[in-house]
Design a protein. Structure first.
Length: 137
């Protein structure tokens, strides 16, 4: 299995974990916030599950995995950048529903880290020039 397919599998696992965090009491604070930072809902959980299933399905072929990593990585990273500045994103339509959120810059940044990290990983792996060795003995 090549790096692209492994990268898609890892992102799939991370996205399914993200959906699960909303249902694991250890990750929820007394105000219902995941990691004390943000509220997830069934809509956002569904987006994470669909993205995770897309990632897992894309891992079936190298070409699909590369496409997924590039598209997903770019979309998620840009959503994270928007979140840093506005506290809202476009993938879950919150920028249109909630507008710019009135929370501290620290909360905006920390809430955006998952999308920045997952997106950066997708971009780094998906656009990497890694090639398999063609040296024969």
């Amino acid at each position: 299995m090549d790096r692209y397919r492994i990268g898609a599998l890892l992102l799939g696992a991370a996205l399914l974990f993200a959906a699960a965090t909303d249902y694991i009491p250890a990750f929820i604070d007394s105000e219902g916030r995941v990691f004390g930072l943000f509220h997830l809902d069934i809509y956002k959980d569904a987006l994470h599950v669909v993205s995770g299933l897309w990632a897992l399905a894309s891992a079936l072929s190298r070409r699909s995995a590369i496409f997924f990593l590039r598209v997903f990585g770019t979309l998620y990273f840009l959503d994270g950048v928007m979140g840093v500045f506005t506290g809202s994103g476009y993938l879950d339509l919150s920028i249109f529903i909630d507008g710019i959120r009135n929370v501290s810059p620290t909360i905006k940044f920390l809430s955006s880290v998952p999308h920045l990290g997952l997106g950066a990983f997708g971009i780094a792996v998906g656009f990497s020039p890694w090639r398999t060795s063609s040296v024969t003995v």
